[in-house]
Design a protein around this ligand. Structure first.
Ligand code: 13P
Length: 251
């Protein structure tokens, strides 16, 4: 059966010392507590090697927040999937709405990033989600379907089986406005149906689909209670051990 997962996305927060302290504190809590889900933190690139050396990455998975759409070479300032893997990280967040909106990431670029991540043994946490105008227009189903088709549906069923999906409605990210449990379940169930149509029911049933967007300790339980919500991708509330663990404990 599919995994339950709570993953943090620190975004561009915490300097190296602060990030290392947060990761170590979280790992120490997890060392003394039996939790009912996989726990992952997504950190800035420069934190990855130090964080991976300081925590037990079996207990606390570590993700990059992005990787390059080229394997190597003259791409100043970029960080490749191979480099990410060499830090000890095992995951990479790809296609976050902030990267799509502010850095012009297209479905085609993301397709390449996903392929490079998989080729280097990284598990992609692939983000999809509509903006407010699209939801108001009733276009959210079509939008997420196109995002999935455009970047993931050229994968074999075997490779698709390695993907974690994160549905993050853009209007709920960092706004304090969460999708209702009903809205989350409705679109997660739809997404699973799209996967089943392409890859069959078994692959669809095995895919973890996380919800992201103002998820916090106070609303995690009701979101996670839905049959098609397999966990969360957490921004703001991943920056404090107690908040993040409050969400982990919702499982
Ligand atoms: P918030 O939890 O801060 O709304 O961010 C969600 C997110 O974008 C995680 O990737």
């Amino acid at each position: 059966m599919r995994k339950k997962i709570v993953a943090g996305n620190w975004k561009m927060n915490k300097n190296l010392q602060e990030g290392l302290e947060l990761a170590k504190n979280l790992d120490a809590v997890l060392a003394n507590e039996k939790v009912n889900c996989d726990v992952i933190i997504g950190t800035p690139f420069i934190h990855l090697a130090s964080v991976c050396a300081a925590v037990d990455t079996q207990r606390l998975g570590v993700a990059a927040e992005n990787c390059a759409d080229h394997a190597s070479g003259a791409y100043t300032g970029e960080v490749s999937a191979e480099m990410v893997k060499s830090t000890g990280a095992n995951y990479v967040i790809l296609g976050h709405s902030e990267r799509r909106a502010y850095y012009g990431e297209t479905p085609e670029m993301l397709k390449t990033k996903v392929e490079l991540a998989l080729a280097n043994g990284l598990t992609p946490i692939f983000c999809i989600g509509e903006v407010l105008e699209e939801r108001k227009a009733g276009e959210h189903f079509n939008v997420v379907k196109a995002q999935i088709e455009g970047s993931l549906f050229s994968l074999s069923a075997e490779d698709f089986g390695k993907i974690i999906l994160a549905y993050e409605p853009v209007w709920a990210i960092g706004t304090g406005e969460t999708a209702t449990p009903e809205q989350a379940e409705e679109i997660h169930a739809y997404i699973r149906g799209v996967l089943a149509e392409k890859y069959g029911q078994e692959v669809a049933d095995n895919c973890s689909i996380l919800y992201g967007g103002s998820c916090k300790p106070s609303n995690a339980k009701e979101l996670f209670a839905n049959p098609n919500v397999d966990g969360g991708l957490i921004g703001g509330a991943s920056l404090k051990v107690e908040d993040f663990m409050g969400i982990v404990r919702a499982w």
